[in-house]
Each structure stands twice: as structure tokens, then as C-alpha cells.
Design a protein around this ligand. Structure first.
Ligand SMILES: *Cc1c(COP(=O)(O)O)cnc(C)c1O
Length: 394
């Protein structure tokens, strides 16, 4: 198929909920993607913080090839080794005592909401059902997760959503204290907000939420779908804060590009969940968990995480030093960085394509950098040079 055919068929046959640029991606290697005309793009998107080890990683290709001749899927009705091995590894590398699998970030969050309501009902009776979320949050696009994602454009066409969600101001403990009372089952927060514009939580904010949750017998859920799995230079973002949640949701990079989600839970919550309470046909399948185990082993190596931290500091410093026109500030943790712009982020993303640079916005005036975690310092230099060329055009 040639490029025109691909674009024409996409336009004619695919539901139009994305504006895609005028090229067709065909292959990838490390942090580079190549289109059907042979143009190379340095990838600061990584499938939206998904492809932690980049493209065509030799070890992951081997793991996939071996897993492809295995069982792929047999349903959650049966025991399989990769399912159990990944859960053990997730427990050993986190606060959690148990793991429940899902297929995406939104699904993981909705599972966490269900578990929070079951916990509250079992321990404290009916009526303790509310969820508190925050301004700028993004938790997914399903009816429960969307209800906790305060964006009118996303919500309004689909009302009514799941009832019982309240909002407080992110990084504001007074506002949180107003919202969190004895009717609240759980508080959900991203330790580093992604879609909302790359905003790290203040340490005192997360610590304060822990205290408020304990005072009102509410569970604390960290949504680490984007900031988890090594992205911040810690395996889990909460490990860079001194605050431990009751549940943590993971997804995007966990299987390196295959769909997966996971809810990590402490035993206090897990004890209130019984067989039949929640289920999924595909979640935690043999193929996907085989791959996720290999990704998690690589990403959780101390040296790998130290490198993410060091490269993140290097990248942030280079962005700070650019002092380019249009950049008003630089934020983030590890390899999850954002720049505030005084021009529309969409223009920067658009011109980036012509300079062989893939970027993604996080709100109208923020461009975010969530490259593969295996990016080299030379590639960071190249990305910053290309960004400077883009901004010089605007
Ligand atoms: C992307 C994202 C989600 C939703 O994940 P999907 O796999 O798209 O459903 C939820 N929370 C955060 C923080 C995210 O970045």
C-alpha cells in the first residue's frame, strides 16, 4: 500500500476522532521512527509514554517470539506461570501485597474505584461511595474514569457519567480538606499529572492527602499510568515521595506497547475483595504478561533507573539553557518533562514533523517530552537542537 492509499482509507473507513499528520510510520529502531518515504523522526512521544524500551529492542523481540509460540491466551479460569510471575515481581518492587490485571489505564482506574467502593461498603456500610479527584487530572475516557477527569469537552457529550465524584484543587490541601469527608471512599491523584500539563505533586500535598484519607477512612489511589514504570527515575513515582498509597494503577509502558493495565493493592483492601467481584476476559493473559515481566525486569534495574534520573536532569538543564523564544518555563521529573509556551503547542508539534521531531502536547500551551527511557544523551542533544530550529520558525 502506498502512502496516499493508507491516508485515503483511514479517512474513508476509520472513525474520525484523531487528526493524523501526513505521513505513514513504517518501522522503528531505538528512539527513531521512519515513515514510508524514508524520513526519520526522533521520538519524544514513545506512543504516549508507552514504549519504554523504544522500538525493536532485541531482548523484547526475542521474548515476544518465544511467547508467540506459547499459549497467548487461555482465560483467567486457569493457572499460567507468566501471570503469577509478573504479579510476584510487581509486589516485590512496590508497596503492594497483591495485583489485579486490566487491559488499559482507564480500566485499571475503574477497577480501583470498584475495589474502593467494595472496601468502604464492607468496612463502613453503604453510603460511603464518593471519589475525590483533582483539577487538571486525567484518569481515562470510560464512564467512571471520565467522571474523574474534569474536562468539559471530554465529558459533556456523554453525560450522565458515574455519579459521586467531587473535585478539589491539585496541590491545594485546604481545598482537599473541604472535599474529603466521611462519605468519601477514595481519593485518586497522579503523583505527576501528565495530560494536565506535566505538573508534579508537591511532597507536602501527597503527605497531606495521606493524612486526610486516614482521618476519614478513605483509600488513597495513585494513578501512575503515565508517571509510573521508571518514567520519573524511580520505578514508581511514589517512591520519590515519602507517601505510600493503598492502591496504585499502572498501564501505559508496563508491557512495552502491548495493552495491559494493573491495579496494585495492599492487603487491607485486597481482603475485602472476593471471587466474582470483578473480572476480565483478556486481562493478565499469557503473552502480554510474559512481555511485561521482561520489561519490568529491565526497567527496575537500579542502574537503568539511575540513568533515567541522570538523563532527565541533563534534558531539563538543556531545555532551561535554551532560553529560546516562546519557552516560559520547564517542569517535570525524570524523563517526563514539559515546557510552557507563549504560543499554541499544536503549532510546535506540527512544525516538528518537518524537522524530524515527534512531539505531543499536554494542554493548549504545553509541549511534553516522554521519550523512550533508553534515549541517549546524543539523542537528547539532537532533540533540543531540532526543537530550537522549530521554535526559530515560529
Ligand atoms: C493515559 C492515562 C490514562 C488512561 O489510559 P488508557 O490506557 O488510555 O485508558 C489514565 N491515567 C493517566 C494518568 C493517563 O496518562
Amino acid at each position: 500500500m502506498n502512502k496516499e492509499e493508507v491516508m485515503c482509507w483511514e479517512h474513508n473507513y476509520v472513525l474520525q476522532v484523531y487528526h493524523r499528520p501526513n505521513f505513514v510510520l513504517e518501522k522503528g529502531e531505538g528512539c527513531w521512527l521512519y515513515d514510508s518515504d524514508g524520513n526519520a523522526y526522533l521520538d519524544m512521544v514513545a506512543g504516549i509514554a508507552v514504549n519504554a524500551l523504544g522500538y525493536n529492542d532485541p531482548e523484547i523481540v526475542r521474548v515476544m517470539q518465544k511467547a508467540a509460540t506459547g499459549l497467548i491466551h487461555v482465560s483467567n479460569l486457569y493457572h499460567t506461570a507468566p501471570h503469577a510471575r509478573l504479579a510476584k515481581l510487581l509486589v516485590e518492587t512496590s508497596f503492594a501485597d497483591r495485583v489485579h490485571y486490566a487491559n488499559s489505564g482507564a480500566e485499571a482506574n475503574e477497577g480501583a474505584f470498584k475495589f474502593a467502593r467494595k472496601f468502604a461498603r464492607t468496612r463502613f456500610g453503604a453510603g460511603k461511595t464518593d471519589i475525590v479527584a483533582f483539577s487538571g487530572a486525567f484518569h481515562g475516557r470510560l464512564f467512571g474514569s471520565l467522571a474523574a477527569t474534569p474536562r468539559e469537552a471530554y465529558q459533556v457529550p456523554f453525560l450522565p457519567l458515574m455519579p459521586g465524584v467531587r473535585f478539589a484543587k491539585f496541590n491545594d490541601l485546604d481545598s482537599s480538606a473541604q472535599a474529603i469527608d466521611d462519605h468519601v471512599a477514595a481519593v485518586i491523584v497522579e503523583p505527576v499529572q501528565g495530560e494536565g500539563g506535566i505538573h508534579p505533586a508537591d511532597p507536602a500535598f501527597l503527605a497531606g492527602l495521606r493524612t486526610l484519607c486516614d482521618r476519614h477512612n478513605a483509600l488513597l489511589i495513585f494513578d501512575e499510568v503515565q508517571c509510573g514504570m521508571g518514567r520519573t527515575g524511580h520505578l514508581w513515582a511514589y517512591q520519590g515521595y515519602d507517601v505510600v498509597p493503598d492502591m496504585l494503577t499502572a498501564a501505559k509502558p508496563l508491557a512495552g506497547g502491548l495493552p495491559i493495565g494493573a491495579i496494585l493493592l495492599n492487603e487491607r483492601v485486597a481482603k475485602t475483595i472476593a471471587p466474582g467481584d470483578h473480572a476480565s476476559t483478556f486481562a493478565g493473559g499469557v503473552f502480554v504478561t510474559s512481555v511485561a515481566e521482561a520489561i519490568l525486569r529491565r526497567v527496575s534495574e537500579p542502574h537503568f533507573l539511575q540513568e533515567v534520573s541522570a538523563k532527565g536532569r541533563y534534558f531539563a538543564a538543556k531545555l532551561q539553557q535554551m532560553k529560546a523564544q516562546h519557552i516560559t518555563s520547564v517542569r517535570g521529573r525524570g524523563l517526563m518533562l514539559g515546557i510552557d509556551l507563549d504560543i499554541p503547542a499544536a503549532d510546535v508539534v506540527q512544525i516538528g514533523y518537518r524537522h524530524g521531531l515527534l512531539l505531543v502536547s499536554a494542554g493548549k500551551k504545553v509541549v511534553r517530552f516522554v521519550p523512550p527511557l533508553v534515549i541517549s544523551r546524543d539523542e537528547i542533544d539532537a532533540a533540543v537542537d531540532r526543537l530550537a530550529a522549530v521554535l526559530a520558525e515560529l
